[in-house]
Design a protein around this ligand. Structure first.
Ligand code: BES
Ligand code: ZN
Length: 965
């Protein structure tokens, strides 16, 4: 053990003594939990032989102020990693043998090597630093900065600027089941029956490459990776690049071999990926550009890969044409992992998915699953350029990555799968819900400084994705698609294999647009876009017409949910308008409302008795309000000939009107009367908007006396479309008819529509009566109505119905089917079943996978009876929930969002506040979600005070009138 050993032994005793006093003191103060965490860290630092003993280091800094100076020093820049990893995919072992050599260049004065490292045991004494002549540089000390997740080697001499150095490290890391780093996933299959099979797979974004190997784990620090994976002979491995030498004998171990991979292109650590498994693959035809395309999954799911295999290469080709830059790797693998935290991850050349985002089984999976798969594949392929080839220098520009991919994913799907009509769905899937969220004071600017990993994880949110996508779509229109595309190509070519910031993109777009004359020469993209990315929120444009003069005044202000607040923010707003029956395709704006301008006068309004409609195809990220008369004209037009207004603008009008009413900027009589025309509406997206607007009213009235009137009103609205579409799918259904039917049936059933409820319980009963209910091709329930049917039947039923579904969940081989059932199980109204289900969500081995637990809790929370149970559960078990879901992006935030949603009484708000207070500093990635729930809840309380009676009266009157008439 040598000198080091003695020193550490002494310190360990000392630490134990200190710990004793610490604890004794803490007990007195009632702070034992908090300090035990801190004290543990000290022991970690000083364990045997100078290596780091492994405690779970997930968030060691919890309950303390978070560190903010998390960036690596810049004096050393890595050029090349030579990395060897051998995961031991063996229960009770679960370790990874690792060795890495990193070649670095010295860029400025320094005397240390600082790397990222978490949950990894480094054998300090084996660490070597050498200069380019192979001479050892003496290491004077090793240290671990847990808060910053650093491993620091202090050197005995100064590094020389311009010289190359190499650091060599042996280490052990761990295959946990925590869905991050290099982790393990499991499944059973036909072949092995009860025996569980395991695989090892990675998820590194944003800050978890450091859990697999010590590295410079920042997106802007790019290097090449030469990887070797050690694996058991009966498994196979995959990495970003193709294998160069496969199955090379491993010295001293007969059962294991090496797969040596080709050196990679220059790339960020978060995009590195590995898989070691017994998976099989299906290969597509090579793309025109010679890219080899494979879809991997467990053997039993191989038939479900056909759809991805078909569309994947076509989408890759689409993006090559769109970006005008060839895909730079020789192959693209895509793999579905049974356990996966996000929906999918864009690792370069090895995209990883959860099963529901990649695998489709005709006859079992629904049209909505197909759409989701197309969209996710398109999204991740778009990242191969936007994100992988050119990468944000730091996570504060994450929105650019995610927002961009979230917009162009629509273009990829539109090109390859036009029947999905995805482009038309943009506003309902991505724009309108973010308009609601971004109306909160507690929203945040798209572009936001982030430091600590928790903060980084927190911004994978609807603002980065949905608002990001929306303002990029707006830009595509105000620059024209031609200039936008050319500018993009220039940007990608200028920064390929490098990193960039949003301003770099703005520069290239401005140059192109000025060249093309599509943007006026005194204006830059940066000037416009800064108003959208640096400020929170978006404008409300108010149009006040002078009917005699044929003119209109338009003005802007921030649209805020809480009308007691105000804001000085102003935007550069692209203004477009048209009128019913006129051109709805001109989305390019000749008019700007500038960020210095409060208002503007327009001369060419239509004649007196014609409506005007602003924000053509809702391409601008803003809402529009009109004077009373124009609203009336719009209502008349919708009633007379709704098709004279573009389908997207019909959806926009409904959404804007209901949201304006919600905040008190439009009276409910006007807003609700607009919904009257829906009895003739047959298109998906206006219905979507209307129903999401009305669902706010539903959520507010659910537990009140007015709910009966609301239900009768809704049943009247829904009757004609329910009738027209019918309950059963038809051969000539278009994709959007199928989605619409699902929505209508789901609403009809939840409003108590008799025929609907009878049908769902009837078909479910016949399923239960089958001798072989697991024979998927014989399931009597329409594939597209499965989730509605399961949910309603389980809600109506009891333990028998629940247990039946659970059995099907356990036996199903199809991810989409399992997800359907899991969601529906939260629909039961039996309190004890709900509580049992909640507990399963946190129990390993219960059958609910960790990746799905938050969805289980969410499904219980959505249920009127389950919401209190879910909230109690969350409060009681916060520590456990947090450690179980860690600081995974999406998960905790989404969970908190769902469980805390739709509060509308003072008492409920006080409960939320108490929760926030009790957990101050301990909310992890969900801090903002709690704040937003409270703000939205407070507004709901006001809403109840101001609108409850009005809305109730309106519904009553409507129902009485329509009974008579
Ligand atoms: N880069 C993300 C995956 C990710 C998310 C990694 C959060 C780390 C934290 C990926 O490109 C993504 O956005 N996936 C989405 C699907 C997409 C279609 C919106 C997802 O996982 O839901
Ligand atoms: Zn993404």
């Amino acid at each position: 053990m040598g000198t080091y050993g003695n020193k550490y032994l002494v310190s360990k005793k000392l630490a134990a003594v200190l710990l004793f006093f610490f604890v004794a003191w803490s007990v007195g103060l009632g702070l034992i939990v908090y300090y035990a965490g801190v004290a543990n860290l000290d022991i970690n630092q000083v364990s045997e032989a100078g290596s780091l003993s492994l405690k779970d280091e997930t968030n060691p800094s919890e309950s303390k102020a978070k560190v903010t100076d998390v960036r690596l020093p810049r004096h050393l820049v890595p050029e090349q990693y030579d990395l060897q990893l051998t995961p031991f995919i063996i229960p009770d072992n679960w370790t990874i043998n690792g060795y890495v050599e990193i070649t670095m260049v010295c860029k400025s004065a320094g005397k240390n090597v600082t790397l990222h490292r978490v949950d990894t045991e480094i054998q300090n004494k084996t660490v070597v630093v050498q200069d380019d002549s192979g001479k050892d540089i003496e290491i004077s000390s090793y240290s671990y900065d847990h808060d910053r997740e650093f491993f620091i080697l202090q050197l005995a001499e100064n590094l020389v600027i311009g010289k190359r150095y190499i650091v060599k490290i042996k280490f052990t890391s761990y295959l946990k089941d925590n869905l991050k780093g290099f982790y393990r996933s499991e499944y059973t299959d036909q072949e092995s029956k009860d025996e569980t099979k395991y695989l090892a797979v990675t998820q590194f974004q944003p800050t978890d490459a450091r859990r697999a190997f010590p590295c410079f784990d920042e997106p802007g620090i790019k290097a090449k990776f030469k990887v070797s994976l050690g694996r058991r002979k009966d498994m196979s491995s995959i990495a970003n690049m193709p294998i160069k030498d496969k199955g090379v004998a491993m010295e001293g171990d007969d059962g294991y071999v090496w797969d040596h991979y080709e050196n990679s292109v220059k790339m960020s650590t978060y995009l590195v990926a590995f898989v070691v498994s017994k998976f099989e693959f299906r290969e597509s035809e090579k793309t025109e550009n010679g890219v080899r395309f494979r879809i991997w999954t467990r053997k039993d799911a191989i038939p479900q890969t056909e759809y991805a295999r078909d569309i994947g290469p076509k989408m890759l080709k689409f993006f090559e044409d769109y970006f005008q830059v060839k895909f730079p790797l020789p192959k693209q693998d895509m793999i579905a992992a049974p356990d996966f935290a996000a929906g999918a991850m864009e690792n370069w050349g090895l995209i990883t998915y959860r099963e529901t985002s990649l695998l489709f089984k005709p006859g079992v999976s629904a049209a909505s699953n197909l759409q989701r798969i197309a969209l996710v594949i398109s999204h991740e392929l778009a990242h191969q350029w936007f994100g992988n080839l050119v990468t944000p220098s730091w996570w504060s520009d994450l929105w650019l990555n995610e927002g961009f991919a979230s917009y162009v994913e629509y273009l990829g799907v539109e090109a390859v799968q036009p029947q999905i009509k995805l482009l038309e769905q943009f506003i309902v899937n991505d724009l309108q819900d973010v308009l609601s969220l971004d109306a909160l004071e507690s929203s945040h600017p798209i572009s936001i400084p982030v430091k600590h990993p928790d903060e980084i994880n927190e911004i994978f949110d609807r603002i980065s994705y949905g608002k990001g996508a929306s303002i990029i779509r707006m830009m595509d229109k105000f620059l024209t698609s031609e200039s936008f595309k050319k500018g993009l190509t220039n940007y990608l070519r200028a920064f390929q294999f490098d990193s960039a910031e949003q301003d770099d993109l703005w520069t290239h777009l401005t140059e192109q647009a000025h060249r093309d004359g599509t943007l006026r020469s005194d204006l830059t993209v940066k000037e416009v876009m800064d108003t959208w990315t640096l400020q929170t929120g978006f404008p409300l444009i108010t149009v006040t017409r002078d009917y005699d003069a044929g003119s209109a005044k338009i003005s802007q202000e921030r649209f805020l949910l809480n009308q007691t607040q105000s804001s000085e923010s102003r935007w550069w707003v692209p203004i477009t308008y048209t009128s019913p029956g006129q051109d709805f395709n001109k989305t390019y704006n000749n008019i700007w409302l500038s960020d210095k301008q409060w208002s503007l006068e327009l001369k060419d309004m239509p004649n007196k008795d014609e409506a005007t409609i602003f924000n053509v195809q809702q391409t601008g990220f803003y809402r529009v309000n009109y004077d009373k008369k124009n609203w009336k004209l719009l209502a008349e037009t919708l009633n007379k000939d709704h098709t004279s207004i573009h389908v997207i603008n019909r959806a926009q009008i409904l959404d804007d009107a209901l949201e304006l009413a919600k905040v008190g900027k439009l009276d409910y009589q006007t807003a609700l009367s607009l919904t009257g025309y829906l009895s003739r509406e047959t298109e998906y997206i206006p219905w979507y908007s209307a129903l999401s607007g009305l669902s706010h009213i539903k959520d507010m009235l659910k537990r009140t006396s007015a709910y009966g009137e609301f239900k009768s009103y809704m049943l009247k609205l829904l009757a004609p479309i329910y009738q027209k579409l019918g309950f059963d799918g038809k051969a000539d259904d278009e994709h959007l008819d199928i989605l619409l039917r699902k929505k209508i049936v789901s609403w009809a059933c939840s409003m108590g529509h008799e025929d609907c409820v009878n049908k769902v319980t009837g078909t479910y009963r016949s399923w239960m009566g089958m001798t072989d209910p697991d024979a998927e091709d014989k399931n009597p329930i329409d594939v597209n109505l499965k989730s509605v049917t399961y949910c309603n039947a389980i809600a109506e039923g009891g333990e028998k119905e629940w247990d039946f579904a659970w059995k099907r969940y356990e036996n199903s081989n199809v991810g989409t089917e399992k997800a359907n059932i899991l969601y529906a199980l939260g629909c039961t109204e039996q309190v004890w079943l709900l509580n049992r289900y909640l507990n399963m969500s946190l129990t390993a081995g219960s059958g609910v996978r960790r990746q799905d637990g938050s969805k289980v809790i969410g499904s219980v929370a959505r249920n009127t009876i389950g919401r209190y149970l879910a909230f109690n559960f969350l409060r009681d078990k916060w520590e456990l929930v947090k450690s179980y879901y860690g600081s995974q992006s999406f998960t905790l935030t989404g969970l908190v969002h769902n469980v805390l949603a739709d509060r509308n009484s003072k008492f409920e708000i006080s409960e939320l506040k108490a929760f926030q207070k009790a957990r101050v500093g301990d909310l992890g990635t969900s801090e903002r979600a709690v704040k937003q729930a409270i703000e939205a809840g407070l507004v709901n309380v006001q809403w109840m005070e101001q609108n409850y009676e009005t809305v109730w009266t309106w519904l009553k009157d409507y129902n009485v009138e329509n009974q008579r008439g």
